[in-house]
Structures are given as C-alpha cells and as structure tokens.
Write a protein that binds this ligand. Structure first.
Ligand SMILES: [Zn+2]
Length: 380
C-alpha cells in the first residue's frame, strides 16, 4: 500500500490528465461542429395578381460564436437552379454577434414540391457545406375580408421582397430553439404587412397642406374585424402625431404599435391593427367580434408620420401575444382577400401626397393579396 499522500498525488495527476483529455476532445469537437442553418417556418405562398411566390427566411448563427464567412448559397428544385446569391443580412446587435438572415422570395409559375438549400461557409479556415431540403405545400392562404368597409386605398409597403416591412423588424436578440437545433432571430414578422392609406377619387392622400390629421382622406375611417375572432390586446391612450412629424417619443415594445387591437382569429393566428385613433377603440380584451364589426378608427398614433392603418397577420411562436410583446418571435402568415377591385399601381414621385404615376389595370380580383403600391377599391 502506498502512503496516502503519494496515492492522492498520483490520483490528482491522473484526474488532471483525464480532464485535459476531455477538454481537448471537447475543443476539437467544437472546432469541427457544423453551424446550423435554420428554416424556422414552413414557406408561405404569396398569391398576388401577377405572380405567385414562395417566401421564407433562413437563419444562421453559430452556437460557438465563431466568425462565419459565407462563400456560397443556392436554392435548387431538383436540378434547376432557382437562386444563387450569397448576400445575407448580417447583424451585430447588442452582445449577440455573428448572426445572419436571408429573406427568400422566389417567383414561380409552378410550385415545386421540394427545395434544396445549400450553404457553403468557412469557419476558422475549415469549409462547411450545409444542405437542407424543405417541402413546399401549396396551401390555400387564409381568406379574410378587408379591414375597412369601403373606400379607395393605397397599399404602402405592401407585400414585396424589398418592402420596408420585410426588411425592418429583425434586429432583435436571437434565441436558441432546442427543437430546431439552432439559433433563431427575430422573425420577419411583417412580411405581408400593408400600410393602408386612404385616397380620394383623384388618388390624393390629403387636402390642404396635409398638416392636420383631418386633412387626410383615410383619417377617422372605421376599421373592421377581418374575420370572426377574440380580442386579446388593445391600447387606446397614445395621442395622434401631427403630420408630417415623426414623434419624439421612444416607444417601448408595448407601445410601439401605437393604439392597437390584436384580434385572435383562430389557430394561433392574430390580426394586428396599429396606429389607431386615440379613444376610438370599441372593443376590450376578451370581446368576441364578427367579421365586419367595427373595432376602432384609423389614426396616426405611435411610430407614424401620417394617418394610416398598419395591418398584418401573425402566428404566435414562442409565447402567446398576451401583452403584445412577443410579436417579434412571430411568423408572418400569408393571406388573401375574398374580392376587391384593382385600379392599378401608383407612385408618389414628388412625395407631395398625390400619386402621379398610375398604371391603370382596372379589374375585379378574387382571392389574391395586393402587392406593394397597388391601389384598390373596397365596397361591401
Ligand atoms: Zn406598417
């Protein structure tokens, strides 16, 4: 039997060796660990008047926070190359660095059944090739009615691969999703959002100089429920801004929609109505409403420079939208309107509140979603 002290020493030395070996193995394993390419939601199908598109997002963040250099990215359907483009949006936000996001928007005549996403990247001199197949389902998008009963409306920031809604809302802390096995970023939760701006029959936004909310043709118009549903959140105390000024206020997540109504229309899908007129909201949390019921009036509250309604549909992901704060981790859901009259596409070239360039394309449209800058007429 060895003296206790020597035995102890020998045991300690052995333990140290074991720990070092484990650390070395862990380090080597870590260095060769492949980053995860996460496609958090099933692709949504956009059905516009002139095109059908597949829309989704790819998120990339290395769990070891190593520097990722993206070398190549492409999407194929069988052997047909649909997209070849390595431009990712990269964020360095708060302490959460090294995050990448790609917005995918592909127009297609016929929908493929499977898309193969391939990403090539370099981390610490080592090349990784990540491949991910996703199944495309040609689900009929949700059919809803418009958020107004009548009027002529301009679809500002409406669905498009380059709309400000689609590129705006992703700069928030990423979260690790154990089910998906990767980091997810703030989802693109406004990808099918539309800012509804009211027009008169000359396609003008406002009369006079547009320095008062009441000058705007859409201001104070009744906003209605797009489907039967239950009110889960409202805000009604934020003053309207005076156009064209942007408010000085710094909004917390809770107030960043201005006065708002969140209407749960079933299957965890919530209709978001933002920037409503203060004091105009007719519903309270828990109310059940029918499609077409008036819920409030169009206003100019919150982060807004002129009277409009921000509207979109989102599916809850991580937490319910109990207080309106979890919307960043929400999936933006595709939808279509039952019927509307399309006038054409307008552009406010001089930024004077009047649409100068209007390509007339008048027709009745069924079960489509208007695209960015289209002008539509609603009459119910
Ligand atoms: Zn908006």
């Amino acid at each position: 039997m060895l003296p206790v002290s020597f035995n102890k020493m020998r045991n300690t030395a052995t333990m140290k060796k074991i720990i070092l070996a484990i650390l070395l193995i862990c380090t080597l394993t870590n260095l060769s660990a492949q980053p995860k390419m996460v496609i958090p939601f099933e692709p949504q199908i956009f059905k516009g008047v002139n095109r059908t598109s597949i829309v989704y997002e790819i998120h990339l963040k290395d769990s070891l926070n190593r520097n990722i250099a993206i070398e190549e990215f492409n999407i194929k359907s069988k052997n047909t190359l649909l997209l070849n483009d390595l431009e990712f949006i990269s964020y360095d936000f708060k302490a959460d660095t090294n995050r990448f996001l790609k917005n995918i928007w592909i127009d297609l005549d016929t929908l493929p059944t499977v898309l193969t996403n391939t990403l090539k990247c370099i981390i610490n001199g080592k090349e990784f090739v990540i491949e991910k197949d996703i199944t495309i389902k040609d689900n009929v998008p949700l059919v809803i009615r418009q958020p107004f009963k009548e009027g002529i409306w301009f679809m500002a920031g409406g669905p498009s691969d380059s709309s400000y809604h689609r590129t705006f809302s992703q700069k928030i802390q990423s979260k690790y999703d154990t089910d998906l096995g990767g980091f997810i970023l703030g989802y693109c939760n406004q990808r099918f959002a539309i800012d509804w701006i009211g027009l008169n029959d000359k396609y003008q936004f406002n009369k006079n100089e547009g320095n008062a909310n009441r000058d705007f043709y859409g201001y104070n118009k009744d906003v209605v429920a797009v489907a039967d549903g239950k009110v889960i959140w409202t805000k009604d105390s934020i003053p309207d801004n005076i156009p064209p000024n942007y408010p000085d206020s710094i909004y917390a997540a809770e107030t960043a929609l201005g006065n708002c109504v969140l209407l749960d229309i079933g299957n965890d899908i919530v209709a978001f109505y933002a920037h409503l007129k203060p004091g105009s909201i007719r519903v309270v949390i828990g109310d059940k409403v029918k499609a077409g019921d008036i819920i409030g009036k169009l206003g100019n509250s919150g982060p807004s420079t002129g009277p409009h309604l921000h509207f979109d549909l989102r599916k809850r992901i991580i937490e319910p939208f109990t207080n309106g704060l979890n919307r960043y981790y929400a999936q933006s859901v595709s939808y279509v309107f039952n019927t509307y009259e399309l006038i054409g596409t307008g552009i406010d070239e001089n930024e004077d509140g009047e649409l100068e360039k209007i390509e007339k394309n008048k027709r009745i449209v069924n079960q489509k979603l208007p695209e960015s800058n289209e002008i539509i007429i609603i009459s119910h």
